[in-house]
Design a protein around this ligand. Structure first.
Ligand code: AMP
Ligand code: MG
Length: 444
């Protein structure tokens, strides 16, 4: 039997992580204190995992039978009880009967509080006494190793080597989170995105943002205030290119509901826009403006999801919100080719940062051979022309999301002003992409 086959005997249906462990001298000392004998410091440990959480352990132990070493596996539950024992290799000429189920089954449920001794609580196999004794000694050893080595912190670190990937439809997109953590942690991150959407959505009538748009003034909660303050910051930084008060223009062009049309000049001129109309004090007053969170909302939601993951103790995760992603730890991020959706332009290596792409392919319509895309220039009140996509790397999702839209409207020079790396692909498929000096694609 191989180690892996032995692990399957203990955990027939669970996924296991194999780990070669070395006990530090304190842990080894504690194990020896329990067993009142010397033990090795190196073991192979299997951790069974379900939904990103440990469900049990198995230790591979060696014990001398007469003169030779036998190897076996001892499964231990989270409650410190023996789950099962299986012999991997028995070398001695006699004593192989210690591997019989009749003998090994007696060990199930034993704990360190039990003697686990011949003539006490276990009946040995006649003719295999020495081998049976070795199994009993090794079982106690495995129980003691699990008790002393498998602390919550160590186990979490082992479990987190295996990532979990979950997907959920949120805010009109498919969100994928890959995290070296538990399924429960990832679900909490999804719940946080859902919660933010219920506050910041302009599609949900009951959201705080929709209420603000209806009533014109409210006392904003912390999430809406954060959205307004971050929006103001990127509005000012971009000289007005980023402006969530384009809401009436988004409606006039039909990008809000997909009923696309080219509005008349008068309609466009009559629309009230301009983020500087908004007064943000203890309360917020729109003064006739209307808010569209579309260019920064996903970024804010991604940041909130990452905060939850960090709070859950996750140190490595990738949150993929389609046009905005966040890399907690170091990850490779592919940038989509705006002319061929299933192809990429290149791959970035990103650490603890967010990447957003604004594209003319996301939402658009064509009339008379002309493409009208969903990103609008607040100065002309018209869809931006000449740009296919803009990608930005920034420290936060809010920054990369807002700035990709801002640069789409206001040009690549804004990247230096905002101290971020960016790439702009013009709508001419033959032209080279323009990038900031620090923008670097890596080899895959
Ligand atoms: P993104 O895909 O992040 O660039 O966001 C684009 C969305 O933001 C559009 O679908 C509109 O809802 C909204 N939007 C369009 N133009 C602007 C703009 N200049 N500033 C802020 N939001 C905009
Ligand atoms: Mg954006």
């Amino acid at each position: 039997m191989t180690e892996e086959e032995a692990a399957k005997v203990v955990f027939p249906s669970e996924k296991t992580i194999r780990k070669e462990i070395a006990l530090d001298s304190t842990t080894q000392g504690s194990v020896e204190g329990i067993l009142k004998r010397r033990v090795e410091d190196r073991y192979v440990l299997f951790v069974a995992v379900k939904d990103g959480e440990a469900t049990g352990y198995a230790v591979i132990v060696d014990e001398v039978t007469k003169t030779l070493t036998m190897t076996f596996i001892v499964g231990v539950g989270l409650d410190g009880k023996v789950l099962d024992v299986a012999v991997i290799e028995h070398k001695e000429k006699i004593g192989a009967d210690c591997a019989k189920r009749k003998f090994l089954d007696q060990l199930k449920g034993k704990t360190l509080n039990d003697p686990i001794k011949r003539k006490k609580d276990v009946i040995h196999v006649v003719g295999a006494t020495m081998s049976c004794d070795a199994v009993l000694r090794g079982t106690r050893k495995a129980l003691a190793v699990v008790k002393e080595y498998c602390t919550a912190d160590r186990v979490r670190a082992i479990v987190q080597e295996e990532p979990v990937t979950l997907q959920r439809h949120l805010m009109g997109s498919l969100v994928t989170i890959t995290a070296h953590g538990s399924k429960a942690s990832v679900n909490r991150a999804f719940d946080e995105i859902k919660r933010l959407d219920s506050i910041l959505s302009n599609y949900q009538e009951t959201s705080e943002l929709s209420r603000l748009n209806r009533e014109g003034s409210i006392e904003p909660g912390p999430e809406l205030r954060n959205f307004l303050e971050q929006s103001r910051r990127y509005h000012e930084l971009s000289g007005g290119a980023f402006d969530p008060t384009v809401a009436p223009l988004v409606r006039l062009w039909g990008f809000h509901d997909g009923k696309y049309r080219v509005p008349s000049r008068t309609e466009l001129e009559n629309a009230v826009i301009g983020f500087d109309k908004i007064s943000l004090d203890r309360g917020v007053k729109l003064n006739g403006a209307q808010l569209d969170p579309g260019a920064i909302g996903k970024g804010i939601a991604v940041d909130a999801a990452v905060e939850i993951l960090k709070k859950e103790g996750v140190t490595r995760a990738f949150v993929d919100f389609d046009s905005t992603v966040y890399a907690l730890g170091t990850w490779k991020v592919a940038i989509r080719n705006p002319f061929q959706k299933d192809k990429t332009l290149g791959t970035l290596e990103v650490s603890n940062a967010s990447v957003s792409t604004s594209g003319n392919y996301e939402k658009y319509f064509e009339t008379d051979g002309k493409r009208y895309t969903h990103i609008l220039d607040p100065r002309t009140r018209m869809p931006v022309e000449g740009v296919a996509s803009v990608s930005v790397i920034a420290p936060s999702g809010a920054a990369s999301d807002a700035l990709s839209t801002a640069i789409f409207v206001g040009g690549l020079d804004l990247a230096a002003k905002a101290k971020v790396e960016a790439m702009l692909v013009t709508s001419d498929p033959k032209a080279d992409a323009k990038t900031t000096p620090g923008w670097k694609f890596v080899k895959e």
